[in-house]
Design a binder for this molecule. Structure first.
Ligand code: PLP
Length: 428
């Protein structure tokens, strides 16, 4: 397999782009080598500029749940394009997507569209502060909520990939109201509430996907919600990754918990830049123009992005692929575990719905600390061998692999073959 053209573009890209990328995980820093440059994608496959074809388990870090260029989504986008790209005024599409989203999340009477997951979360945090009149926010170590200053501490994912504790350029003042708790550890949350009486809310990924996949134990979320509300604070569930992916009603539907504020992104834009935050009426009425919490966006509710979102969610609802996702993830888990055993490699596999990944450790992984026991050098070997065997994985131990409904039986068999060869390479 040749990567010559990717290599050439990478060298060219270094001139005017930082690290030749526009998002750090794409730089392959933790797996070594140079990033792949992608030319196109269709269905379950993605093709690089050298013409190498891969089964895509990155899916743009989640959004492409139907696979690439789904016929109906593409048709809707083309139709919307004919009417213009952006108006700075309201359109019917926004109302339609809002209805789909609010119907899917019972705790949401109203929603506001923004342009990214980062924006969704930073607005959700502002809203929790506006509603409660309090300042502090608790986040969990290893959960990533986008790159806003206040939450860029112990933030898993890209920072963990680059072995950075936090980001430079974030002033102390910006994080002075951020408290860190341990995932799956309610006591660590209680300790903060006992020490502070000005906590506005607790934010978490309901199924963490930015320290690799880490699932909530037993009734962690239910107990968390009850406790947080009993203290007059709000539970902000960041479903940017899990919304419409874990289930149509997100992780909240699977886990039987209702957020006070829900943040969304990724799948709701079908591959276009869309984020959203929503809540029940009494909370959303704080937002301008109804209330005093200001939040705005020139391109928010962009008509092309709305068309992509509406068509993606409509098709997703029709396909209802969630059972199938569970089955495929289970099959991949078995492949991973059996192959690891055969080649004498120690791994732990975590999965939830269509999110899965192996950790190269013999430890059970229930939080960020456990996740960090994974041998990232082994992941790097595994990653490159999977690449050479035609499977595109995230170039980081601390990212989830995603499944799309475009995966075929043949793809799954090819993934199995690639896993076996890659596990053998890790064992050497
Ligand atoms: N929240 C979660 C849970 C995420 O996984 C991400 C991105 O990966 C974000 C927020 C930030 O979203 P975006 O990259 O669209 O700004």
């Amino acid at each position: 397999m040749e990567f010559k053209k990717s290599q050439e573009l990478y060298n060219k890209g270094l001139e005017n782009l930082v690290g030749a990328v526009n998002s750090p995980v794409r730089a392959f820093a933790s797996v070594g080598g140079n990033p792949l440059f992608i030319k196109k994608a269709k269905g379950s496959k993605i093709i690089d500029v050298d013409g190498n074809s891969y089964i895509d388990l990155v899916l743009s870090y989640g959004p492409m749940i139907l696979g690439h260029r789904h016929r109906k989504v593409e048709k809707a986008i083309r139709k919307a394009l004919k009417n213009g790209y952006s108006f700075g005024a309201s359109t019917k599409g926004e109302i339609k997507l809002a209805k789909i989203v609010c119907d899917a999340f019972p705790g949401m009477d109203k929603v506001r569209f923004v342009n990214s997951g980062t924006e969704a979360v930073l607005s959700g945090i502002r809203l929790a502060r506006a509603f409660t009149g309090k300042d502090k926010i608790i986040k969990f170590a290893g959960c990533y909520h986008g790159h806003q200053d206040a939450l860029l501490v112990a933030a898993g994912s890209g920072l963990a990939t680059l072995s950075l504790p936090g980001s430079k350029g974030v002033p102390e003042g910006a994080v002075k109201n951020t408290l860190i708790a341990n995932y799956n550890d309610l006591e660590s949350v209680k300790a903060h509430f006992e020490a502070h009486d000005d906590i506005a809310g607790v934010i978490l990924e309901p199924i963490a996907g930015n320290m690799g996949v880490v699932t909530p134990q037993d009734d962690f979320l239910k107990e968390l919600k009850e406790y947080v509300n009993s203290k007059g604070a709000l539970l902000i569930i960041d479903e940017v990754m899990t919304g419409f992916r874990s289930k149509f009603g997100g992780a909240q539907e699977v886990l039987g918990v209702e957020a006070d504020i829900t943040c969304l992104g990724k799948v709701i834009g079908g591959g276009f830049p869309v984020g959203a935050y929503g809540a029940r009426n009494e909370i959303m009425e704080m937002v301008a123009p109804l209330g005093g919490m200001y939040q705005a966006g020139t391109l928010s509710g962009n008509p092309i992005a709305m068309a992509a979102g509406i068509s993606t969610l409509t098709e997703l609802k029709k396909q209802n692929p969630y059972e199938k996702f569970n089955e495929i993830a289970q099959i991949i888990e078995v492949f991973l575990l059996e192959s690891a055993k055969k080649h004498g490699v120690e791994i732990t596999v975590n999965r939830f719905g269509s999110m899965i990944n192996p950790f190269f450790t013999n430890k059970k992984v229930t939080n960020f600390e456990d996740a960090q026991t994974s041998d990232t050098k082994k992941y790097a070997t595994f990653f490159w061998e999977m690449t050479k065997n035609g499977v595109f994985l995230p170039p980081s131990q601390f990212e989830a692999w995603f499944l799309s409904s475009a995966l075929t039986e043949k793809d799954i068999q090819e993934i199995a073959n690639a896993i076996d060869k890659s596990m053998e390479a890790v064992s050497k």
